[in-house]
Write a protein that binds this ligand. Structure first.
Ligand code: NAD
Length: 362
């Protein structure tokens, strides 16, 4: 069966890193007959330049009919003075909302070869492999009422509303339990149930949903403790699931445990597993066009796509193992370079992954 992938390279280093991910997928496609088909589309500043919109109709049509979307990055100085409604970043928001992507997957993986890049002691983080599942479309970032009002006393008051319905919690719960089933079957739900009623309900519903996944061990943690534990002993976690705001903060903290922005993939999924896959970093305008960007986050995003949208876990494992082999061969792009290693360009790093695949990295 063919699997349609919309490829949106975007701006800055986007096209450079995307070329490497497609190179890797093409080799795997040939080796394993995966039926992957690619179609390119414009997003962000590149789309604005052609269509006057960062998420134009042809791209909307393309992503709607695709089974998965692979995205590079958007944004850059050239478009910073545009009206906010047509800035490149609006393209991403449009994509999330058109496709109803509510489940944000943020892995934090630290390859032992890069353990020195972390600000934590290598023994605490070496081999770290955790996944934060963040609810992306609800909670306090979207709750009504919200605003800044003037009280009778004349003083201003800012207010926001933390709100989650049972169905929203159930939906992200199922998404997280299914992900835990594909990993080490341990799920930690993070809330503040001792203070916030909304997350008291969150905990109740997670427990209910958990009954449908008896093979997954469910635990609960208050968010303040979770923040401490992430820094104290991050390897205790497999999958964490949490609200939009808690996930926003915890996933950035977890990303920094790995010390390297060029290595981290991410995914945003809908209720049926259709997803958008992208590196967590931006378009890096400071290094765009120099051929030195690290393509591994994008290549690993492609592996996530195979695993979570297409259920091709063997193919996903092969990409991840090939990345590991490339690191074992001591090749490093500038961002992860250290003394004694071999400094390579963006395309040479892609070649190293391809060559590991061709040499049968398993
Ligand atoms: P950034 O992630 O683009 O860059 C931060 C730093 O990390 C830079 O020094 C950059 O050179 C480096 N870096 C990032 N990715 C790298 C890679 N693959 N290899 C090597 N080094 C890498 O963040 P920024 O500089 O704050 O933002 C630049 C632009 O990207 C802005 O327009 C911003 O709005 C946009 N942005 C887009 C996304 C997205 O597309 N999802 C995310 C964040 C920022």
């Amino acid at each position: 069966m063919t699997k349609k992938i919309a490829v949106l390279a975007g701006d800055g280093i986007g096209p450079e890193i995307m070329a490497e991910a497609i190179k890797v997928l093409n080799v795997l496609n040939g080796q394993m007959n995966l039926g992957l088909e690619f179609e390119n589309g414009l997003i962000g500043g590149a789309a604005y330049d052609v269509h006057g919109s960062p998420f134009p109709q042809p791209t909307i049509d393309l992503v709607k009919k695709a089974d998965a979307i692979l995205l590079g990055a958007v944004g850059g100085k050239k478009w910073e003075s545009l009206d906010i409604s047509v800035r490149p970043e609006k393209g991403l928001l449009g994509l999330r909302s058109v496709l109803r992507l509510f489940s944000n997957l943020r892995p934090a993986i630290l390859y032992p070869q890069l353990a020195n890049a972390s600000s934590l002691k290598p023994e605490l983080v070496s081999g770290l492999d955790l996944m934060i599942v963040r609810e992306l479309t609800g909670g306090i970032y979207f709750g009504q009422p919200r605003g800044i009002r003037i009280l009778e006393s004349g003083e201003k008051q800012g207010f926001n509303t933390l709100v989650y319905s049972e169905s929203e919690i159930r939906r992200i719960g199922h998404s997280a339990f299914k992900i835990a089933q594909k990993r080490n079957k341990k799920l930690c739900s993070v809330d503040k149930a001792n203070v916030l009623e909304c997350t008291e309900l969150w905990r109740e519903v997670m427990i209910e949903v958990g009954k449908e996944y008896p093979d997954v061990e469910l635990s609960h943690m208050y968010v303040d403790n979770a923040a401490m534990q992430l820094i104290r002993a991050p390897k205790q976690f497999d999958v964490m699931v949490t609200t939009n705001m808690f996930g926003d903060i915890l996933s950035d903290a977890a990303a920094m445990l790995t010390g390297s922005i060029g290595m981290l993939p991410s995914a945003s999924l809908d209720a049926n597993g259709k997803g958008m896959y992208e590196p967590i970093h931006g378009s890096a305008p400071d290094i765009a066009g120099k051929g030195i960007a690290n393509p591994l986050a994008t290549i690993l995003s492609a592996a996530m796509m195979l695993r979570y949208t297409f259920n091709l876990s063997v193919a996903a494992d092969r990409i991840e193992n090939a990345v590991n082999s490339a690191l074992n061969a001591n090749v490093r792009t500038a961002d992860i370079f250290s003394e004694g290693m071999i400094k390579v360009s963006t395309s040479q790093m892609g070649d190293a992954v391809v060559s590991a695949l061709q040499n049968g990295a398993i």
